[in-house]
Design a binder for this molecule. Structure first.
Ligand SMILES: Cc1ncc(COP(=O)(O)O)c(C=O)c1O
Length: 457
């Protein structure tokens, strides 16, 4: 699959058998922690990286781990594919950096055309960004500019970035928006249609229509008239929240509501886009045609920063807004993004993601029935979350248990994602991870759950 695999013997040696983290990692971390801002937190991944290859991480103490972080979902092809690196490095040598909204180059055109070709048919124009945060910011300006209305409707639990605007729009965890929330008017937050925990406690598995009813009855009844709302920004699958997958009936109801009130619909596909869910874009699962779409992360194919905002003719075809910036769409980043999309297609990685999804569902999908403390397993393509609860009835969150399982599985050789305070573990593997590697990762995680469950809460 274009990645470099480990031998069976090497796979058996994954993780750290001795002191963890090793002495070299400990020293480097301590020095970084002494010089960086005090809020930096390496506790979830305590080792220090030496190199990456394919789907593996190597630390400076000689240990190897399966990479389920992939630069927070930004390396869909793993690391080291020459078919990607060679043209990207050549483009860097040829163009250096360039401000692509001031000086044009051919890679910019090629990527813009490719994105319009592969994205939902409604999206015919592109705006150049450097990150997901920037794309979200630009989307909000475009929405407000087009609609000439102030409010943007958003969903609790979503993450959109770290700038003041994106933090105000987002609401992953209450403490993350401290010092911003009170200064960020112009957003209306409503519950996300999360099937495992119906926000309105209507049913065992929520169909999402309760959220639509809430918007109609409460937001439009008591909070704001519809003509003050520019549009809706939604993560089609909410990643940071714990891979919340909206139920099918939610989507047509949301689209209908947007059409009724002339609200623009923006899909934040920064994390769910470029193949993560088994389709190029997550909205394709529900045949949704958004007015705007935010991309970043995997768009870089694991090389250099790039983001993009796609828009309809109506939203982007007659705007006077100045958007873009110094490092947005450097020619080399465009070459990398273009090559990344081509490789995802030519290597049939979407098909491979579908195969791995089945493998994961067959095994991990059984864990809630098998293990008392596993409440839910949510998998859409290679968007993967395991949620832990004290018991199946109360669904009480047990973040410390999640932390313990995570710590044990990292030490055992799987570097995944754990956010302090959340009762979840997440995996964002490369789209070309091998079956053997993902099986091995499940072995290690399952062992960790069994051992920590034995030890109790
Ligand atoms: C859905 C979503 N939107 C926006 C962002 C922000 O992207 P970036 O970190 O590239 O600024 C992220 C990052 O995790 C994300 O998951």
């Amino acid at each position: 699959m274009g990645t470099t695999e480990l031998s069976q013997a090497e796979l058996a040696e994954l993780g750290c058998k001795g002191e963890f983290p090793g002495p070299r990692s400990r020293t480097v971390r301590q020095k970084i922690e002494a010089i960086a801002w005090s809020g930096i937190d390496y506790s979830a991944i305590p080792f220090v990286l030496k190199a990456k290859r394919g789907s593996y991480l190597f630390d400076i103490d000689g240990n190897t781990y399966i990479d389920m972080v992939t630069g927070w979902g930004s390396s869909p092809l793993g690391i080291g594919d020459e078919r990607l690196l060679e043209p990207t490095i050549a483009a860097l040598a040829q163009y250096g950096t360039e401000i692509s909204d001031y000086v044009a180059s051919e890679p910019v055109l090629a990527l813009a055309e490719k994105l319009v070709e592969v994205s939902p048919a409604s999206l015919t124009r592109v705006e150049f960004d450097i990150s997901g945060t920037e794309s979200v910011e630009m989307s909000m300006r475009l929405m407000r500019g087009k609609a000439e209305r102030p409010f943007i409707l958003s969903f609790f639990g979503q993450y959109h970035g770290e700038s003041a605007g994106a933090l105000g729009l987002g609401s992953q965890l209450a403490h993350e928006a401290r010092y911003v929330r009170e200064l960020a008017p112009g957003y209306i937050h409503v519950p996300y249609p999360e099937p495992y925990r119906c926000p309105f406690h209507r049913s065992e598995r929520c169909d999402g229509l309760c959220v639509i009813d809430y918007i109609k009855e409460y937001i439009l009844g008591y909070y704001s008239t519809a003509d003050r709302i520019a549009g809706v920004i939604i993560e089609p699958v909410a990643g940071e929240a714990g891979v919340w997958i909206p139920p099918d009936p939610f989507w047509p109801a949301l689209v209908e509501l947007c059409q009724e009130h002339e609200w623009l619909l923006c899909a934040d596909e920064v994390q769910s886009g470029i193949g993560r869910t088994g389709k190029m874009f997550a909205v394709e699962h529900w045949n949704v045609q958004p007015d705007l779409m935010c991309l970043a992360k995997s768009l870089s194919a694991g090389t250099m920063p790039i983001g993009a905002t796609l828009g309809t003719e109506e939203v982007m075809g007659s705007t006077e807004l100045y958007l873009g910036g110094t490092f947005a769409w450097t020619p080399a980043a465009c070459v990398a993004a273009l090559r990344g999309i081509d490789l995802i297609k030519s290597d049939n990685l979407l098909g491979h993601v579908g195969d791995l999804e089945q493998l994961l569902l067959e095994r991990m999908g059984r864990w809630p029935a098998k293990y008392e403390l596993v409440g839910d397993v949510r998998i859409k393509g290679l968007y993967i979350a395991v949620e832990f609860v004290a018991d199946k009835d109360s669904k009480r969150r047990i973040p410390d248990f999640a932390r313990r399982v995570h710590a044990r599985s990292v030490r055992g050789g799987v570097a995944g994602i754990y956010i302090p305070g959340m009762s979840l573990l997440r995996w964002l593997p490369a789209l070309n991870m091998s079956r053997e590697t993902i099986e091995k990762a499940m072995d290690i995680l399952e062992d960790s759950i069994v051992i920590e469950s034995r030890q109790g809460l």
